[in-house]
Design a protein around this ligand. Structure first.
Ligand SMILES: Cc1cc2nc3c(=O)[nH]c(=O)nc-3n(C[C@H](O)[C@H](O)[C@H](O)COP(=O)(O)OP(=O)(O)OC[C@H]3O[C@@H](n4cnc5c(N)ncnc54)[C@H](O)[C@@H]3O)c2cc1C
Length: 412
């Protein structure tokens, strides 16, 4: 079926919804396909760093987001043995925390209001590739909400279907690297003591645990563990989107990590998780720089390093903007510019991705975590700089605090 759309976007997360919003505003006919129905849950630390807020400001949606979110002034990073450094993003810089179900719905609504169409409950199986033409991607195969399998064609397709992108994996454009292999386990807690106006990253030998304050006195808690710990998981699937499932196993692991950590134990006394955790892994995805003509790949579908630096949404939002700009060019000039988007993203993201990879390697080594904790306690300024850099706050145009997010809810 040839759709009415000029651009087909698979995935209505931050990357896809941003591309849809920009394109719809430019008068392009956009069809978004997502297998989920919004609002939908998404395992994430739920923090938007200053770089992400700068993109949202450019898109004209910042006030909506800040109206619903909790402001974040920076990050606290702790290491083993009690080392702790808090890095503020700096004057005029802020981050925000908002559950992904709310944030993603807000962006999707903005894209729809701008004129994009959305087909929810549409599970895309893969790209339609015309090998005789080059190869050229002509659209996707999808199982629609009524369970019917159909082909949807458009001049340009954007794959923004996330970390486990059916399109990118199916075309060999994405794969899980042999290393690192880590799993994430996350849920929401109420009653965690001492959560304030900064995100927290507790790095320990072999694992790390992020805590983000959320509106309503909730806390997002995400634990990231290596494969050796994840191997002990039961193999049953309990939630859609989880590759491991087994919420009870994840809950027990979070409990054990917190109970064994003197700096966290007391803060969780009396706290309780609201849902069985979601479990995802392996987390890391590497991506090939080139896609066939007619296809653009954005967001996590183009590669995912590690959630430790909390900048995935900045990459996704900016990737969505770049994909929209490239789609406009392809609609004008024809599908001739293989790999241009990947080169643009590589140019813009290369240094940050290298930083993230270095940090990821560091966190994977028990000795390096211990040495870094010691170095951090001797040179806290260095850690504070790293926190600002991880938050895209060193080069990001400032998001003024005069657009003040709603006041922080008191810590429970
Ligand atoms: C544990 C963890 C914590 C994180 N914490 C943070 C954080 O605090 N801050 C931050 O900035 N980033 C964080 N990230 C990264 C962030 O979640 C991602 O980078 C971001 O969601 C990428 O957006 P996206 O639009 O590319 O993909 P997604 O948000 O994954 O959206 C993809 C969309 O595609 C749809 N889809 C998938 N497959 C199909 C299909 N076959 N057919 C149709 N639709 C499909 C999905 O339903 C979804 O709506 C974290 C990630 C993890 C795993």
């Amino acid at each position: 079926m040839v759709s009415e759309a000029d651009v087909l976007i698979v995935g209505a997360g931050p990357a896809g919804a941003t591309a849809a919003l920009v394109l719809a505003r430019a008068g392009v006919r956009v069809l978004l396909l997502d297998r989920a129905r919004f609002p939908r849950p998404k395992l994430c630390g739920d923090t938007l760093n200053p770089g992400a807020l700068a993109v949202l400001s450019r898109l004209g949606v910042l006030d909506d987001v800040l109206g619903a979110a909790l402001p974040l002034e920076g990050m606290t990073v702790t290491g083993p043995g009690g080392a702790a450094v808090t890095g503020r993003y700096g004057i005029g810089m802020a981050g925000a925390a908002l559950p992904r179900s709310e944030f993603d719905l807000l962006l999707v609504r903005r894209a729809l209001a701008a004129g994009a169409s959305l087909e929810e409950g549409s599970n895309v199986l893969g790209a339609l590739v015309d090998d005789a033409a080059g190869p050229l991607v002509r659209g996707v195969t999808v199982v629609g909400p009524a369970g019917r399998r159909l082909e949807v064609c458009a001049p340009v397709t954007i794959a923004a279907d996330g970390r486990r992108s059916r399109i990118a994996f199916g075309l060999g454009l994405a794969w899980h690297p042999a290393r690192p292999r880590r799993w994430a386990i996350g849920t929401y807690f109420e009653g965690v003591r001492g959560v304030g106006s900064v995100g927290e990253m507790h790095v320990r030998p072999g694992h790390y645990l992020g805590i983000a304050p959320l509106p309503g006195g909730l806390a997002n808690v995400c634990l990231v563990v290596p494969e050796a710990m994840a191997r002990q998981r039961p193999s049953t699937r309990t939630r859609p989107g989880s590759s491991l499932g087994a919420g009870a196993w994840g809950a027990a692991l979070i409990d054990a990590v917190i109970a064994g950590d003197p700096s966290l134990r007391d803060r969780f006394t009396g706290a309780r998780p609201l849902f069985p955790p979601t479990v995802l892994g392996p987390l890391a995805v590497d991506g090939a720089p080139r896609a066939p003509r007619g296809l653009l790949v954005a967001g996590d579908a183009a590669g995912f390093v590690d959630p430790m630096t909390g900048d995935g949404m900045r990459f996704a939002l900016r990737g969505g903007e770049l994909a929209a700009a490239e789609a406009l060019r392809l609609l004008r000039d024809g599908p001739d510019a293989e790999g241009r988007l990947a080169r643009m993203m590589a140019r813009e993201f290369a240094r940050k991705r290298a930083f993230n990879r270095a940090l990821r390697r560091l966190a994977g080594s028990v000795a390096a975590v211990r040495i870094s904790a010691l170095a951090g306690s001797l040179r806290p300024g260095l850690v504070a700089w790293a926190i600002r850099y991880a938050g895209d706050a060193t080069g990001a145009p400032g998001v003024s605090r005069s657009t003040t997010p709603r006041a922080a809810a008191p810590a429970a």
